[in-house]
Design a binder for this molecule. Structure first.
Ligand SMILES: Nc1ncnc2c1ncn2[C@@H]1O[C@H](COP(=O)(O)OP(=O)(O)O)[C@@H](O)[C@H]1O
Ligand SMILES: [Mg+2]
Length: 281
């Protein structure tokens, strides 16, 4: 896979010694422990690690979207040179709206069940000052390869499949032309065939737009196929980080070796996954 990232340009996200804790009834849980990470412009970065290792907390911290129970103990998160903790509410909302795109874990739940798809797209795009006429919405759905966009605009969320809902969520995120895309296990709720199509779509749109992708996954096989760089998290720390070709071939950390050993299949062929994602419901 070619490296679209340009390491000479400033990082779009810069996380420095971030420590975060959840207050729970059973005490304090340290979810992030001195995590430092730079995300370069245009790169496809995977964050892997077992459940509970801190991946979601880290990705939420980028948009200052941590749950109330979570407290940042120390460290900083900078997005496009701005310290997110220092922004006022209007500032963080603007940063999220204009620079960050979040692709949800559960796409159907991310849609409003009471509203047709067309209306939701309109509401997502209108605040950006873009046209929301029918032709624009149709072309937006075409860009995420929805086969019958005219029909899709009239559907309610309960009438669409998980794969289609994820295409719609991706369309909403990409309509903002974000510099940074954050996808926390975006295919966790989808079945295997659709999963590949959605990953292919996310990767293609990321490349076409020049955005950076931060993709949280526990699927090392998929990471190997799609990403350039990988961070391995374990108990709130980044224990290993580097090019996918190195980290997932010759890991230096024992925990990464354990993760790799749990992988069922041999390395899969590179980059050109299925691309005709055209399901209709
Ligand atoms: N809302 C929450 N309240 C309390 N503890 C939480 C909450 N969310 C996550 N945690 C804890 O923080 C740690 C990291 O969780 P998380 O970031 O969700 O990991 P991952 O995404 O890698 O599964 C885990 O120990 C988890 O139990
Ligand atoms: Mg998670």
């Amino acid at each position: 896979m070619t490296a679209a990232a340009d390491p000479t340009r400033d990082p779009v996200v810069r996380i420095d010694a971030l420590t975060a804790e959840y207050r729970t009834r059973r005490g304090v849980v340290r979810a992030l422990d001195e995590v430092s990470l730079d995300v370069r412009p245009g790169e496809l970065l995977a964050i892997v690690g077992e459940s509970g290792s801190g991946k979601s907390t880290l990705s939420q911290a980028i948009g200052r979207l941590l749950p109330r129970a979570c407290r940042l103990v120390s460290g900083t998160v900078r997005v496009l040179e701005r310290d997110v903790a220092a922004l006022d509410d209007a500032g963080i909302r603007r940063l999220r709206r204009e620079q960050l795109g979040f692709i949800p874990q559960d796409p159907i739940a991310s849609l409003d069940p009471t509203m047709r798809i067309g209306r939701q797209l309109h509401l997502a795009i209108a605040p950006l000052g873009r046209p929301t006429d029918r032709a624009t919405l149709v072309s937006l759905l075409e860009s995420v390869r929805i086969a019958d966009p005219e029909r899709a605009l009239g559907l309610f969320p309960h009438e669409v499949s998980g794969g289609m809902a994820q295409r719609i969520a991706i369309a909403m995120a990409m309509a903002r032309e974000p510099r940074i895309l954050v996808a926390d296990e975006p295919t966790g709720s989808l079945d295997a065939q659709v999963r590949e199509e959605i990953l292919d779509l996310i990767v293609r749109l990321t490349r076409e737009s020049g955005a950076s992708l931060i993709w949280v996954s526990h699927d090392l096989g998929a990471v190997r196929r799609w990403c350039e760089r990988v961070c391995v998290m374990h108990r709130g720390r980044i224990v290993e980080e580097g090019p996918v070709s190195e980290v997932l071939t010759d890991p230096s950390h024992p925990y990464t070796r354990t993760l790799l050993a749990a992988l069922p299949s041999a390395p899969a062929p590179a980059a050109d996954g299925p691309d005709e994602g055209t399901e209709t419901t």
